[in-house]
Design a protein around this ligand. Structure first.
Ligand code: GTP
Ligand code: MG
Length: 363
């Protein structure tokens, strides 16, 4: 029996300990239960995660339990590097060049008209926001097409599998890319995603619009089930999405879940990348000016931590700031989002390349 993960609880009960049926380690606890964060801290919109030096005795007790985190009322500027650790051309020209490249992208494989990318990550990590943000860049204004929600920590706002195409600017046709939104990992017992369902989606069995329920695993009985999926039905790349402001408080067992997922997904020959969202929440300078992203030590450290969580080299991980409260586009935010899409497309291309090689070997 496959099980789902509850993130709300500090100790996860045996029956819901693992997303995928294998018991998670007994240490499967949350670093900081959200109820323990002070109101002030949890209301602070520019909060970040830094070690605290001055805390009260009650806070001290909490600190002992959770030595890593405090949410100060006002964040000091975070340390910065002299020169950026990744190079980006923060110019309008580069933004246009990336938009052109993505709009005109076509998979190298003839049978397939679009690279299909599945976004996978914990509840509230920003999967739907990423899709909406990318669509906003191409629409020329901020839109909320993939429904972005205010999910509770354990319940995903997105409930079904939904693909979103990217349309080039000024009436251009569809780009050869579809981003698939799905419900979050770590949902409640009744509605959670199972490993079985995730793999069925990646193998191409799930119809677009399928609503997930752990009570009804994806099977050939459901309407629209794709019995013999071809290459065009499959997922060609998986982008894990993790929230930078929660990396330190995700349940310990999540790392094991990611490892398990990555092994199964790799067995299917699907390449994986990762997006680190909410970077504006951990670095005030980057919140003010996205160009600062690759000079921020806090963000670089968090990318290392995301790499450890996902069991992934940091070269696969890119930071993004999704549009969340903004009404207007910002050229640098666009650039980071477009660079992430470009990064995803590089790994989708590897899938098509691997596939072409295998087909040639069979001939
Ligand atoms: N500040 C900030 N907020 C973000 C960012 N990305 C997403 N959010 C906010 O985070 C919340 C959750 O975002 P969603 O896009 O709904 O997350 P999701 O992964 O689709 O969540 P589920 O569908 O519930 O699994 C929303 O309030 C978003 O506005 C980001 O990069 N920065
Ligand atoms: Mg969503």
């Amino acid at each position: 029996m496959e099980k789902t993960v509850r993130r709300e609880k500090t100790k996860i009960k045996d029956k819901s300990m693992s997303l995928f049926g294998t018991p998670a380690p007994a240490t499967f606890t949350l670093g900081v239960p959200s109820s323990k964060l002070s109101d002030k801290a949890s209301q602070n919109t520019t909060d970040g995660l830094i070690p605290s030096t001055s805390v009260s005795s009650t806070e001290n007790a909490e600190k002992k339990e959770n030595p890593v985190l405090r949410f100060p009322a006002v964040l000091p500027d975070s340390p910065r590097m002299e020169s950026p650790w990744r190079k980006v051309q923060w110019t309008d020209e580069q933004r246009t060049a990336l938009m052109d490249r993505i709009s005109s992208y076509r998979p190298s494989c003839e049978e397939v008209t679009r690279a299909q990318v599945l976004l996978l990550g914990p509840v509230g990590s920003g999967k739907s926001s990423f899709i909406s943000s990318v669509q906003s860049v191409f629409n020329g204004r901020v839109v909320n097409r993939a429904m972005v929600g205010c999910s509770t920590p354990s319940t995903s706002f997105t409930k079904k599998l939904q693909s979103f195409s990217i349309r080039g600017q000024k009436g251009e046709g569809l780009a050869g890319l579809a981003l698939y939104d799905i419900m979050g990992l770590g949902d409640g017992d009744m509605t959670g995603l199972t490993l079985h369902d995730i793999l069925a989606v990646i193998k191409g069995h799930a119809p677009d619009g399928h609503k997930f329920s752990s009570a009804h695993p994806l099977s050939s009985d459901i309407v629209g089930y794709v019995k013999r999926p071809s290459l065009k039905d499959k997922i060609h790349c998986v982008a894990f999405v993790v929230d930078a402001s929660k990396i330190l408080t995700y349940p310990k067992g999540l790392s094991a879940i990611f490892q398990q997922l990555r092994e199964h997904i790799s067995d299917l020959g699907v390449h994986q990348v990762a997006l680190l969202t909410h970077i504006d929440k951990i670095c005030p300078q980057t919140a003010k000016d996205v160009c600062q992203v690759y000079k921020s030590k806090v963000i670089r450290d968090m990318i290392n931590k995301a790499g450890a969580l996902l069991g992934m080299s940091t070269s696969y991980i890119v930071p993004v700031k999704n549009y969340s409260s903004e009404l207007d586009l910002d050229v640098n935010t666009d650039l980071l989002l477009l660079s992430a899409v470009d990064h995803i497309l590089q790994y989708s291309d590897l899938y098509f390349l691997d596939n072409a090689e295998q087909t040639q070997l069979k001939l």
